[in-house]
Ligand binder design. Structure first.
Ligand SMILES: CSC[C@@H](O)[C@@H](O)C(=O)COP(=O)(O)O
Length: 356
């Protein structure tokens, strides 16, 4: 098969950071397990490799998982046998769906790819149409992030610069580019409305320390890293006016599943009268789940807590509980910003009009 030049899905509004590249015969993922020490790109030529990269968190962040999975489906058509291509692509979709349970963007992207597959007449047709659709999903995500940043900054109605606090990594690394909550931070910085962003380190995987701090420092956006346990003391000082986070799945009632620790942060924000905003594309909204209670929450190995940098820090044989997401109830959230518009919670004005 012919090799194509890389498709880089970004435009002028996008900063340098790109984490997913489509080569036509392969997808390249910036290995997020090795950041910030090393910028190492994985080149993956099949769906099984993409599923493994998602499971092992070489690529992570809800939108980035969906985009990578879409490229995985496109690769499965390239690798498929002429006689059994439809079944092979369906099997790849099922395999990708098993990779991580909470971020609904994965299932959203796979469903969209399956819809295209069902219309393909031949393997050649599938190879080109599935690749085109994956690139479209990638491009649309970047465009959604840029639109959300504009909507969010307008909705904040700031009269003067303020500081914000964020959790996990929601930037270019976690998305098709620019970022969701970090896209808002970028826009605030560009509009000279940002004093400083506090980044929770985000135990145990340290997305905040390893990824958010890296992205923001690269773009010269003033960032201060803090231990998760310091968030209460930071909010108590009064300088932070908004907590801004992303989401892995938003239920029909506005409950939000996001990185473990988000719920605690929302409780703290309410206590300190700090506004709480969730920024996520429409592909993160799951109207088929009535409330957060119905969202599957991933639990990962206890070793992620018992070890630090590969060195065991907990006693041998201690039990560890490692849910990697939690659910923030809608009534603790002030705004949910999507590219389709802003939902004011807890009244939920707009949610059904925007998403049904
Ligand atoms: C734009 S990313 C939004 C969420 O996916 C993000 O906040 C998050 O929880 C990521 O979790 P991760 O376990 O790193 O995939």
């Amino acid at each position: 098969m012919t090799r194509q030049s890389p498709v880089t899905v970004h435009d002028k509004a996008d900063p340098d950071t790109v984490a997913i590249r489509w080569l036509g015969h392969a997808v390249q993922l910036l290995d997020q397990r090795r950041l910030p020490a090393e910028e190492h790109w994985l080149t993956i030529e099949g769906a099984a490799g993409v599923a493994q990269a998602i499971r092992d968190m070489a690529v992570r962040g809800a939108p980035a998982i969906g985009i990578s999975a879409a490229y995985g489906v496109a690769l499965s058509a390239r690798c498929a046998d002429e006689s059994d291509w439809q079944q092979e692509v369906r099997t790849a979709i099922d395999q990708l769906a098993e990779s991580r349970p909470t971020a609904v963007n994965l299932f959203w992207a796979l469903q969209r790819m399956r819809g295209v597959l069902d219309q393909c007449q031949s393997r050649t047709d599938a190879v080109s149409r599935l690749a085109e659709t994956a690139v479209t999903i990638h491009r649309e995500d970047l465009a959604a992030n840029i639109a959300m940043a504009d909507l969010a900054v307008d909705a904040m109605e700031l009269k003067k610069p303020c500081s914000v606090l964020t959790h996990c990594n929601t930037g270019a690394l976690a998305t098709g580019g620019y970022g969701t909550a970090l896209g808002v931070v970028r826009k605030l910085h560009q509009e000279r409305l940002l004093k400083r962003v506090y980044a929770d380190e985000t135990r145990p995987w340290l997305q905040g320390a390893r990824l958010t701090a890296w992205e923001l420092a690269r773009d010269r956006i003033p960032v201060t890293l803090n231990a998760d346990g310091a968030a209460a003391a930071i909010l108590a000082k009064g300088d932070v006016k908004w907590v801004i986070v992303g989401a892995d799945r938003i239920a029909a009632n506005g409950d939000v599943a996001n990185k473990i620790g988000t719920y605690g942060l929302a409780v703290l924000a309410r206590h300190h009268k700090v506004k709480f905003m969730v920024v996520a594309p429409a592909s993160t909204v799951d109207m088929s789940v009535a409330s957060g209670r119905d969202i599957p929450i991933e639990e990962r190995a206890g070793d992620e807590i018992c070890q630090f940098g590969g060195i065991r820090v907990a006693p041998e044989k201690v039990d560890a509980f490692n849910p990697v997401f939690d659910v923030t109830p809608a009534d603790l959230i002030d705004l949910i910003v999507t590219e389709r518009g802003v939902v004011h919670t807890p009244e939920m004005t707009g949610m059904h009009q925007l998403f049904e």
